[in-house]
Design a binder for this molecule. Structure first.
Ligand SMILES: Nc1ncnc2c1ncn2[C@@H]1O[C@H](COP(=O)(O)OP(=O)(O)OP(=O)(O)O)[C@@H](O)[C@H]1O
Length: 355
C-alpha cells in the first residue's frame, strides 16, 4: 500500500506544555499542567482518560484552537503563543474528519499544500503519494460527501500528513466508526504515522485503541496527567486504585507479600516485591478457575462457587462467588452453575497497584 516513507522531522520529545491553564468562562478545565510529549523511543503517545477530563481541550490548545489563561505550549523550545494555527506546522484530525464538503478527495488532500503555495505538479505528486499511503489510489476525483466513514478518516489523515507536519494531533479519530473499522484503522494509522516518522498525539477513551496505536499512554484525569507509561507497564503497574479501575480492574484485593509470594483471599501468586502490604487490581482474565480438589483447596480458602457461565467468543467467562463478593473470571474447564471451583491468580494478568 505504501511506496515511500517520509524522513522524520523535528525532535520527538520537543512538544511541551508548562503550567498550562485553560478555562471556559469560570470553569477551569486544565489547571497548571506541565507535561512533555513522548518518552525516549516513543513516537506515538495516546492520551487516555474518561469523558470530560480535558483531553480534547489539551489537544486543541496545542493546535492553537484554545487560548491558555496561563502557561505555554512549546515546540522545540519555542513558545507558540501568538503563532497562528496554520503556522504551527501541526497536522490535525478530528473525530468527524471535518473535510471540505462538495470538494473532491484530491482537493481536500491538497488543501494544505495550496496554502503553502506548492506548485501544481508538486501538489499532484504529493496527493497521489498520500492516496497510496492511505490505500485510496483512484479516489482522487470522488466527492468527499460520497465516502464511507472509514474512507473519510483516511482522507483526513492524508490531508493532515500531506504537508509533512512536524507533529500530528489526532482527536478521537475513530470514535465515529464501527468497531471493526476502528480496529482496522487503528492498526493502519499506527503503521502510516510510523512510516512517516511523525511524532503523534492521539486522544482516545478506548484502551484497546490506545494500546494498538501508541508506544506510550498518558492517563489523564481532571486535567492532570496521572501516569505515563508503555501500555504493558500501565496495565501491570497502575499508580493508584483509580487508575487500576479506569484501566479495567473490576476488583481490588489486599495482598501480603512475604519472600516473593503475595497472599490474598483469592489465593497466592509469585510477586517480586519487598515484603509488606500491596493492593492488586483484578480483571476477569486475572483469575482462572478449575475443578476443586476437596480437602486440599478448602484449606487455602481459594475456592468459589460458580454463579453464571457465559460462552463468549474469547472463551467461557464465569461469575463466581468468592470471599470478596462476586467477581468475573475465566476458565478452560467445563464448569456449571453451582460447581465448587478452585481459583488461581494469573500473575501476568494481575495489576500491582502503586509505585
Ligand atoms: N467550548 C466549550 N465551552 C464550554 N465548556 C467546554 C467547551 N469545550 C469543553 N468544555 C468542557 O470542558 C470539559 C472538558 O472537555 P473536553 O472536551 O476537553 O473533555 P474530553 O476529555 O475530551 O471529553 P470527551 O472524551 O467526552 O471528548 C468538559 O466539562 C466540557 O463540558
Amino acid at each position: 500500500m505504501r511506496s515511500k516513507t517520509d524522513a522524520p522531522r523535528g525532535d520527538r520529545t520537543s512538544l511541551e506544555v508548562r503550567d498550562l491553564t485553560i478555562a471556559y468562562g469560570d470553569d477551569t478545565v486544565i489547571d497548571g499542567l506541565s507535561w512533555r510529549l513522548g518518552g525516549e523511543g516513543s513516537l506515538v503517545t495516546a492520551i487516555l482518560g474518561p469523558s470530560g477530563c480535558g483531553k480534547s481541550t489539551l489537544i486543541r490548545a496545542i493546535a492553537g484552537l484554545e487560548s491558555p489563561v496561563r502557561g505555554t505550549v512549546r515546540f522545540g523550545g519555542v513558545d507558540l503563543a501568538g503563532v497562528e494555527v496554520h503556522r504551527r506546522d501541526f497536522g490535525v484530525v478530528f473525530q468527524d474528519g471535518q473535510l471540505f464538503g462538495g470538494r473532491s478527495v484530491a482537493s481536500n488532500i491538497g488543501y494544505g499544500l495550496r496554502m503553502r503555495r506548492w506548485s501544481r505538479r508538486a501538489i499532484a505528486e504529493r496527493v497521489a503519494e498520500m492516496l497510496d499511503v492511505v490505500g485510496l489510489t483512484g479516489y482522487d476525483r470522488r466527492l468527499v460527501d460520497t465516502l464511507s466513514g472509514g474512507q473519510a478518516q483516511r482522507v483526513a489523515l492524508a490531508r493532515a500528513l500531506a504537508p509533512r507536519p512536524r507533529l500530528l494531533l489526532l482527536d478521537e479519530p475513530l470514535a465515529a466508526l464501527d468497531r471493526r473499522m476502528r480496529d482496522e484503522l487503528a492498526v493502519e494509522i499506527s503503521e502510516i504515522v510510523r512510516a512517516a516518522g511523525v511524532p503523534t498525539m492521539v486522544v482516545t477513551h478506548d484502551h484497546a485503541e490506545a494500546a494498538t496505536m501508541a508506544d506510550e499512554i498518558a492517563v489523564m484525569r481532571d486535567g492532570v496527567m496521572i501516569q505515563t507509561d508503555a501500555p504493558a507497564g500501565l496495565w501491570r503497574r497502575p499508580v493508584d486504585e483509580w487508575t487500576a479501575r479506569f484501566l479495567g480492574a473490576t476488583t481490588v484485593v489486599d495482598a501480603q507479600v512475604r519472600s516473593g509470594v503475595a497472599d490474598t483471599v483469592l489465593g497466592e501468586m509469585p510477586l517480586d516485591r519487598p515484603d509488606g502490604s500491596r493492593r492488586l487490581g483484578l480483571r476477569p482474565e486475572s483469575v482462572s478457575i478449575g475443578p476443586s480438589s476437596p480437602g486440599t483447596d478448602e484449606d487455602t480458602g481459594a475456592t468459589a462457587t460458580v454463579m453464571l457461565v457465559a460462552e463468549l467468543p474469547a472463551g467461557p467467562r464465569v461469575r463466581i462467588d468468592t470471599p470478596v463478593g462476586e467477581i468475573d473470571a475465566v476458565t478452560d474447564a467445563a464448569v456449571a452453575v453451582g460447581d465448587r471451583v478452585r481459583m488461581r491468580l494469573v500473575p501476568e494478568r494481575v495489576a500491582v497497584i502503586g509505585p
